[in-house]
Ligand binder design. Structure first.
Ligand code: GMT
Length: 388
């Protein structure tokens, strides 16, 4: 198939999922066209079967707000026509589903069919879609999509409840490439000493440091852990709450034990050096960071919110706590880190969950068959002469 993929290329899990999906599909022989405003950050250096179309956004002075959605629609329609794309797959409803809808209409006016699928990732429904100014258009884009997927059952229910969507929503959860995200003992031997001494435990947090991630809770949990046992914390990522987190680490006297490494390209290699992830989010529609850690045999201390319970079974492959319950999270982390047998059991179960339920090799075929289904429906509609 020839598939156009649009996502936010530089921020957040939806861009990561979209990029990894494109890479996996390309490896399976599909021709993938990324249509985005800049090159997706995990795409660098991978080009087999992958093309990248940069959306040109005009800076004409009259446009106080450059009409990105229209430029994107134009770029989608052009790429679809020039490269005979079979469908568009957009990640994050706003504004991508509306741009895809316009592209579909532009091509329909020339007698060409271009179905599009929207994948909902979370904040497009839980935050942005609930803003009154965006809600009607988000609902419209979702209703008009030829196919609609959500990354967890939780998000499917929230979409139905919050937006009153009644159409079918296919749940296709986040995935991880278990060959790429894994613990390589040689790498651990070589690289771990850069971040922790042999007798120290190494904790990790990975996010975009937005308020929803509660990075200050991460620091508070770690401060308690480091009082109980020798340990260090690796903070991967960047965002609005980074300086507050650095300030808190300093105030709690643990700044010399916390390494803020910023945005990193090879997060798989860094996470795999660690013992335990702390992900105390206020909300996660799925929690891709926890899945990536689990594939590396790093269980997560996390919160019982959103789609996280669809991934983490409390006490089996990680731990779940109420949002903000820093005391219990710290106690949970200390008990795991001070019991090597328990840590090993959780780590093995975490890896097994990633392999059995969320590996790219089992999730990507779900997308492929959904694409076929949507294309089939679209052909049927065309044969029946209904408007497209
Ligand atoms: O808010 C974010 O963390 C970014 C957001 C996005 O859309 O890029 O992440 C969402 O999508 C990820 C990939 O599908 C999920 O794993 C995250 O749980 C989800 N984030 C939230 O729901 C807060």
């Amino acid at each position: 198939m020839k598939i156009g993929i649009t996502c936010y290329p530089t921020y957040g899990g939806s861009g990561v999922v979209a990029t990894e999906l494109g890479i996996e599909l390309a490896n399976r022989g599909h021709e993938i066209h990324f249509i985005t405003y800049s090159q997706p950050f995990r795409l660098a250096g991978r080009d087999a079967n992958i093309r990248y179309h940069e959306v040109p956004v005009s800076n004409y002075p009259l446009f106080e707000y450059p009409p990105y959605d229209l430029a994107l629609a134009t770029c989608m329609a052009e790429a679809a026509e020039l490269h005979s794309l079979d469908l568009l797959h957009v990640h994050y409803a706003i504004p991508h589903s509306i741009s895809a809808l316009l592209a579909r209409q532009m091509l329909a006016s020339r007698g060409r069919d271009l179905p599009f699928i929207t994948t909902l990732h979370g904040t497009d429904i839980t935050l942005v879609g609930l803003d009154r100014s965006y809600l009607p258009i988000t609902k419209f884009g979702i209703d008009e999509s030829d196919g609609l997927t959500a990354i967890s059952s939780h998000l499917r229910e929230r979409t139905r409840e919050n937006l009153g969507i009644t159409r079918e929503i296919e749940v296709i959860r986040n995935f991880v490439n278990c060959n790429f995200y894994r613990r390589d003992p040689d790498l651990v031997r070589q690289q771990r000493p850069r971040y922790a001494d042999a007798h120290e435990k190494l904790l990790v947090h990975l996010s975009n440091f937005r308020p929803v991630k509660r990075v200050l809770d991460v620091i508070q949990v770690f401060a308690q852990v480091s009082r109980a046992l020798p340990s260090r914390l690796l903070m991967i990522g960047d965002g609005p709450d980074r300086s507050a987190a650095e300030f808190l680490a300093s105030r709690l006297g643990v700044a010399d034990r916390v390494d803020f490494v910023g945005k990193q390209e090879n997060v798989n290699q860094l996470i795999a050096l660690c013992d335990l992830m702390i992900l105390p989010s206020e909300m996660e529609s799925f929690g891709l960071a926890a899945l990536e850690a689990m594939a590396c045999r790093v269980p997560a201390i996390s919160t019982r919110v959103g789609g996280l319970p669809e991934l983490i079974e409390d006490g089996v492959n990680g731990r779940l706590f109420p949002v903000g319950d820093v005391e219990s999270m710290a106690a949970g982390a200390i008990s795991i880190l001070s019991d090597p047998a328990l840590l090993d059991r959780l780590a093995s179960a975490a890896r097994a969950t990633a392999e059995k339920e969320f590996s790219a090799s089992s999730i990507i075929p779900l997308y492929e068959s959904y694409y076929q289904q949507v294309l089939g429906n679209s052909q049927t509609r065309k044969r029946r002469g209904r408007s497209i």
